[in-house]
Design a protein around this ligand. Structure first.
Ligand SMILES: [Zn+2]
Ligand SMILES: [Zn+2]
Length: 149
């Protein structure tokens, strides 16, 4: 406990109102900026940045009952805080339940990892230009045969 500004685990995060809090022991290296229209709408932003952690390394420490889920027409499920609307989680329709994908912007602490790709750039906002050198994918990318954000 040192004020939540540590780069060592457990990493902590939470929603805007603070009702929902989580801890992560280890964040997996893959984290993409998703430009798909659903992530844009859900986040109200040019793109969503999603990190991922193995289920056993992620736990809600407060307010999980306020976590509300929206299932979109394509089967993707997004979790948000019922009180403040913060976007918290994402799950693909074929999600196997091994990973928790979480909104990186909800972290309370610093991390050493950095986003590694732009995905769904084929549907990115016309008013946003990607100006970094990260790999870009027209749609999703795959890992072990299944889609990841
Ligand atoms: Zn909240
Ligand atoms: Zn997306």
């Amino acid at each position: 406990m040192n004020g939540g500004n540590t780069k060592s685990s457990p990493y902590t995060g939470g929603c805007l109102c603070g009702s929902i809090q989580y801890e992560i022991d280890k964040i997996e290296p893959r984290m993409g900026h998703c430009h798909c229209s659903m992530c844009r709408k859900f986040h109200g932003a040019a793109f969503a940045t999603l990190g991922e952690a193995k289920v056993e390394n992620f736990r809600w420490t407060q307010g999980e009952a306020l976590l509300t889920h929206y299932k979109a027409s394509n089967g993707t499920v997004r979790g948000f805080c019922k009180e403040c609307g913060s976007s918290m989680t994402f799950a693909a329709s074929e999600d196997a339940g091994e990973l928790v994908e979480f909104s990186l912007g909800t972290l309370n602490c610093e991390i050493d990892l950095r986003p590694d790709a732009h995905i769904y750039v084929g549907s990115k906002a016309s008013w946003f230009e990607v100006s970094d050198d990260l790999p870009q994918y027209e749609e999703r990318r795959y890992r072990e045969g299944r889609a990841v954000e």
